[in-house]
Design a binder for this molecule. Structure first.
Ligand SMILES: *[C@@H]1O[C@H](CO)[C@@H](O)[C@H](O)[C@H]1NC(C)=O
Ligand SMILES: *[C@@H]1O[C@H](CO)[C@@H](O)[C@H](O)[C@H]1NC(C)=O
Length: 372
């Protein structure tokens, strides 16, 4: 009985191996992918790569010492190549470029030489990773979206600290002709709450990305102000500061290269910290507006919108007080020094007079002596 069961298992296993077995590989959409295959080297090499998805489609053929593409399916045209100098060493590996989602599925590598023939299989899954999670803010709603994704993505929102001042509209998911997914979701803000961080996470297959949006406002006093970016120490892979949502203030491609300030803003940019904080100088109310910091690492993007308002009057009065105090101190110092100088001058004049008297007295004495 158990022998029968065992053989049934074996039959099922070998059946599964033939139809779904083989190696598996993940290819990234719109990039190149390697499909490995090897055989025992020999003369008269024949290679056929076949896509077996219900029907068999010729992907690439090689015989008579060269590529034979007359029967190649149009879908694979100009996207396949073998490593020509490796074929004689028993390597039939295929490179497939500009991978499409239709390329998913099972591939057969058939090889033959005078020594015999061989078949192997490889299963290809295609992923289109999330490249960017975009957050757009309108008067009373925040929309999070991402596109060009495969497999089907999911989207989640959260706020920090947790807030009940928002409600979520249904998430929409669409698929393009290329089978790529676009996902979008909006949060409606019931009340205006500042210093709240909105976080939107999109995940698909093994990858996920988050974008966080925070709104805040600060008032600048004096002519120098630091605008914070993200509460994060990890080295970033990209930093952009914008003014009023359009003008670029500066960009930095990673934390260990120097930033590039735009022509327009160069005179105002003083420094950028490791966490992305921006220090501006020589500010006036002409620089009032929204400063947007966008800082990314491999998994997250932090967007902070800071409304900056220069407090002019106070800034000016500080300057005036400073100037007045400076002038008063200067006057006091000048008068004290002048008075001391005058006193010393007077004193030395008196001394001179006294000394002169003595001298003349001495001369008289000498004269008297001489007379003796
Ligand atoms: C594929 O990549 C190329 C450059 O590598 C790019 O120009 C093109 O837009 C990409 N196509 C898609 C559909 O992403
Ligand atoms: C920037 O935006 C603020 C508020 O939206 C506006 O008052 C200011 O004039 C704008 N500044 C410039 C230079 O466009």
């Amino acid at each position: 009985m158990s022998v029968v069961r065992c053989s049934v298992y074996l039959v099922v296993l070998s059946f599964l191996w033939t139809f779904i077995g083989g190696d598996a590989a993940v290819c990234v959409f719109n990039t190149s992918c390697i499909l490995p295959c090897s055989f025992k080297p020999g003369a008269d090499v024949v290679i056929h790569w076949i896509h077996v998805n219900g029907k068999e489609i010729t992907v690439h053929s090689y015989y008579h010492g060269g590529d034979q593409l007359a029967y190649q399916d149009q879908r694979f045209k100009a996207r396949t190549s073998l490593f020509q100098d490796q074929i004689s060493k028993g390597d039939a590996t295929l490179q497939l470029s500009r991978v499409e989602l239709q390329d998913q599925g099972r591939y057969k590598c058939y090889t033959s030489t005078i020594a015999g023939n061989h078949e192997s299989f490889i299963n290809i899954n295609v992923e289109a990773p999330i490249s960017e999670v975009h957050i757009q803010q309108d008067e009373n709603s925040i929309t999070c979206s991402s596109k060009g994704i495969y497999p089907e993505p999911k989207l989640t929102w959260s706020t920090s600290p947790p807030s009940t001042n928002t409600f979520k509209k249904p998430t929409t998911v669409q698929q393009t002709d290329q089978q790529l997914y676009t996902i979008s979701s909006s949060l409606i803000r019931v009340h205006d709450v500042t210093d709240l961080t909105y976080s939107c996470t999109v995940s698909a297959g093994t990858n996920q990305k988050t974008t966080l949006l925070k709104e805040t406002s600060i008032s600048g006093e004096g002519s120098e102000t630091t605008i914070p970016c993200a509460d994060k120490k990890a080295p970033h892979t990209g930093l952009i500061w914008r003014f009023n949502h359009s003008q670029i203030v500066l960009t930095q491609t990673s934390a260990d290269v120097s930033y590039t300030a735009s022509e327009q803003w160069r005179q105002h940019v003083k420094d950028v910290s490791a966490s992305g904080s921006l220090t501006l100088k020589d500010l006036s109310s002409a620089q009032d507006g929204t400063y947007t910091c966008e800082l990314s690492d491999h998994k997250e993007t932090f967007i902070t919108n800071t409304f900056l308002k220069m407090v002019e009057s106070q800034g000016n009065s500080h300057v005036i007080i400073g100037v007045v105090a400076g002038v008063v101190v200067l006057i006091v110092v000048v008068s004290v020094v002048g008075w001391l100088f005058f006193r010393r001058h007077q004193q030395s004049k008196k001394n001179e007079v006294k000394f002169g008297e003595k001298e003349t007295g001495g001369e008289e004495h000498v004269a008297l002596k001489n007379r003796k």
